[in-house]
Design a protein around this ligand. Structure first.
Ligand code: HEM
Length: 222
């Protein structure tokens, strides 16, 4: 269906659209954004993000000069230190003590690390799935979290969602999509581009699996 004329940013967005809806409407997300869960659930969710972003951002170092993944690696996106400030706020100064990933999170982080080590195209799929989502729906999540648990606007607890270095997210997303479209030039093989799209679907599935386990840990009593 997708001809070579379809921009890669459109191909990848269209291919993951259905799974995006699934992630967005997962029970855990719905309960969390609906204000039906306590701050402990939000904290546990933020902990999971820390494991995933550590894998993404540790992996970024060695990909800086890679022709496929390198252009995507931009310092204003980095989230680990923001997550650490949020976790210090949510869990206290010794936030690292006893921090464990859910099994689904460990699997997700392992896959990201594996892509970073062995497959730049796959890394791009994970990069897109997380950062473009954080710049989009992440803003909705931030607003709800501020409202529900009383975090200061754009303050500790929700810093993960605040991109201080990106003053115009819409423009940033446009240029990010241009980078995605440029993939056609560095990845000439259509089959390889398809593999990247499939990895993006895998990235969504890995996220959904984390939501599922979070949902099991925080079931609604009512
Ligand atoms: C309740 C949770 C979520 C909400 C409310 C939400 C909402 C949105 C919205 C409104 C957009 C469109 C923004 C635009 O057109 O510029 C978007 C885009 C996106 N979201 Fe989400 N989202 C959620 C969860 C997720 C999750 C869990 C992921 C994956 C980890 C994700 C990944 C993405 C990506 C990659 C895009 C960019 C699509 C593109 O334009 O290529 N989202 N989201």
């Amino acid at each position: 269906m997708d001809t070579p004329l379809t921009p890669f940013s459109t191909v990848i967005r269209t291919a993951s659209h259905e799974q995006h809806t699934e992630a967005e409407t997962s029970t855990f997300m719905g309960d969390m954004l609906g204000g039906r869960l306590g701050v402990d659930a939000y904290t546990r969710y933020t902990e999971q993000l820390w494991f995933v972003y550590r894998a993404l951002e540790d992996g970024a170092q060695s990909l800086r000069d890679d022709p496929v993944a390198g252009p995507f690696i931009q310092p204003e996106l980095l989230r680990v230190s923001e997550l650490e400030r949020d976790l210090a706020h949510l869990r206290g100064a010794d936030w690292r003590t006893g921090l464990t990933p859910l099994p689904a999170t460990a699997a997700y982080a392992d896959r990201v690390a594996e892509c970073a080590r062995t497959w730049p195209g796959g890394y791009v799929a994970h990069h897109y799935t997380r950062y473009l989502g954080d710049l989009s729906g992440g803003q909705i999540i931030r607003g709800r979290a501020e409202q529900t648990w009383g975090f200061a606007r754009k303050g500790d607890g929700v810093r993960f969602y605040v991109f201080e270095g990106i003053s115009n997210p819409a423009a940033f997303k446009r240029s990010y999509r241009e980078l995605l479209d440029g993939i056609d030039e560095v990845v000439a093989d259509e089959l390889e581009r398809k593999r990247i799209v499939d990895e993006c679907k895998n990235a969504f599935a890995l996220n959904t699996a984390v939501f599922r386990e979070l949902g099991e840990e925080f079931p609604l009593s009512a």
